[in-house]
Write a protein that binds this ligand. Sequence first.
Ligand code: BGC
Length: 961
Amino acid sequence: MRKTLQIATIFLLLFISCESPRKATSVVDLRVEYTTNPVGIDIVKPRFSWKMESGEKGVYQTSYKIVVATDESLKNIVWNSGEVISEKSVHIVYEGEVLKPATRYFWKVSVKNQDSQEIVSTGKAFFETGLMDSGWSNAQWIKPDQDDTKSAVAMFRTTYSLNKKISSARLYSSGLGIYEVFINGKRVGTPNEKGVRQYEEFKPGWTDYTHTVFYSTCDVRDLLKQGENVIGSIVAPGWWKGAISFGKYGKPDLGFIAKLVLNYTDGSSEIIVTDPKTWKFCLNGPIEFSDFYHGETYDARKESAWTSPGFDDSGWQTCGINTGFKGDITAFIGPTVQVREHLQRLPVKITRYDGVTKTESDHGMINVKESLNKPAKVKLPKGQTVVYDLGQNITGWVKFKVKGKSGTEVTVKFAEMLNDEGKKSRGDDGPGGSLYRINMRSAKTTLKYTLKGAKQGEEYHPTTTFFGFRYCDLTATDDIEILSLTGEVVGTASEEVGSISTGHPVVNQLLSNIIWGQRSNFLSIPTDCPQRDERLGWTGDIQIFGRTASYNADLASFFHKWMGDMRDSQRDDGAYPDVAPHCWVGWGQAAWAEAGIIIPWTTYLMYNNKGIIEENYKSMEKYMDFLASRADEKYKYNGAGTNYGDWVSYVKTDSRYISVCYYAYSALLMEKMSLALSNNKEDEYALKSEYYRTLYNNIKQEFQTRYTNENGLLEQNTQTAYLLALKLDLFASEEIKKEAINQLKSLIVDNGNKLNTGFIGTGTIMPTLSDAGLIDIAYNLLLQRENPSWLYSVDQGATTIWERWNSYTKENGFHPDIGMNSFNHYAYGAVAEWIYRYVAGINTDEQNPGFKHIILNPMPDFRKTFPEGQEQIKQVDASYNSYYGKIRSAWKIEEDGSVKYDINIPANTTARLSLILNKETGEVYESGEPVKVTNGIVSVLKENGKMVIELKSGDYSFVVR
Ligand code: BGC
């Protein structure tokens, strides 16, 4: 008996270990307008999405039913979609009763799977409307009624008395300048799913304030109490009034507007609004100076409990009315800017120094007194300096705790690099070991903090400015002790959805640099750099990096928002701006302005939201009209302006040539986007698509007349010129195209397997080479270590992507063109798009975008010969969490030459996987068996040296021998 039991137990254990139950299918990640439980949306017909998650193969949705109600138990139904036979699970448009403003709606979805089993979403899902058209109840923009010339911040406050029990309380607010709200001494934030308050930095975010400013909605019920309550707000210059606005809005006043809606348990309600009669202001708070470029000055001795009840505000003055803003106040869109706590950095090196040691170099070297390799307390005597190295270039600020006498002033300066040898010939701007700051140009990037003298020390971080930095140094007017210092990363908190790692550590560092470039430069808008006196929404940079960025993070709503900025800033003649929101430089430059066409296309490809095309279509047409208006007989099809060309390239390509190519590109994309909106062959969009096809053909004709020689090849003999013409299919015949590919190959090989492209050429080089059958050359470029190349900058110590490949070199020091020595510019990071789409092969299907049908075309490093010093990349593991779930593509080249591919296809999607066959044998196995049509594998076809396999959802393990 005992023996039988033992055997049974062994069998049971074996069963459990081999057959661990597969995860049942569930419906998860419910979102409205791309957001989990959004509060304060003003969209009349919001869109719903969800994911099916399953451990099984071949799972898909056959129908869905959405129920929306005003109560959590879903009884007061405002929309019941009924069972809709559809596989669609993203962008389902609300079709119920007209939504009311300021109302919370709850919803659930039930779907049926391929076996007609019903699966119901679990957990609380809701969305809450904002003010919609219900207005601001006479809330007024208030301002400090006093001239402010010092870039100080304004503090506003009011008090009111509460005697009833509250059932709900919502604060709607906005600022002219960046603002923060406090109620009864506590900062206002939005509680997340777990009830933890999340704080937004730099509200209301950056928009084109000639047209739009956002308001935000916060649930503030738990901050209120019976008796006297205080609402306080701080408004700093930010993008409205600071140096970064380049005077766009004249000399405006700071402003604040708020509407607090209180609903009581007895059914009554009350509204409290900003009004100059009941609100007071003060310009003499602890933040004495604030500016994004220049920093913040903070005197802790001026701190007071001004946001709490009982504070004596008799010294405060009555507000005025701010009439400076003429646009619309609309509900906030997109992910907010936050302190990204999981990314915070601690010092990896701390160096305290006292003056300079005389050496032969011009500036000398710092005279080191103490050097530590980990976070530690530091005693800093007056007159000395301490340098902190965070080991990573970031965007944000430092939070530090210091102890010292009241009135001591601490100065903190920021830099991306250190001077190395203290030599002018190497571009150093100070002694070796000190901060290199000259590349900040006019941005002062400085914090000044005056201690109040707290016994246990005092902690501070700025709240109204940010810096792009890896290093900072501190000096003080008296002896202090620095108890701690942390680098806090501040940026748009979009969800990171992509990851790639390879078997090559230096390539992995490059990938890390790319994602850090994105974290650093997505701050309310996509910026060029986070450190010097720019930090602007340069359109060219994001059109180049946009696809990579959307693999790295979920940008559906971020781009939706930014395209609003593009439309707001579009010139009357249709030209898109060079920077959006527009505040500086001009409009309509080739390859920059086209971001207005390229970003909607990229967003559509990644998320299949036709909405972004619809919303921007008129504006894009207007841009196309602008381009058309620039054609004349002599210089037909000029394209847009020629100011920027192939920015920072080593070899110049004619910028008019680039502009004509981009005109062709825009026409091509307009054709595709028109087709996406067309429902039948004769509708308006079908006609438009034909119009743009003809336009493209005409531009192509003109291109050939103007730019090709008697052999049909280019007179512009540069890599960038060939890349654009090949990408956009501008050559006259397939034969000429073949010649062009050979020419491009020679231009790279003869250049020692190096690129010499700038922003424009580099943005397109790798996919274009791969499409042209030159993937081996692309791998040679990726693994190139000499200047210029991606890994060259990594070898020079980069932890983010640089504006130039050689902004700094170990050999020669800093690049002499200081103004463009940014060490945090993402454009060259566009190479990651190629790694996702070609190396790992995770691609969307243009005919069925948004990864509903996935094209998986991994292209491992099958080079037979390697340039000197290069080696093969033996493995890559990439994943992308699409709107249907996580797609994974991993490959490994084994010692015996066989290649293993691990593939995951999320539920409710299908994929076409193409595996490159080993020419001699052509054998492919899945989970150890020769590949055949079976569970999950729909079809298998050998064509052109590849095996093409149609897959249903599930996890697969293939081996090509
Ligand atoms: C910016 C670039 C931008 C360029 C225009 C620079 O100053 O930093 O990223 O695209 O100007 O050429």
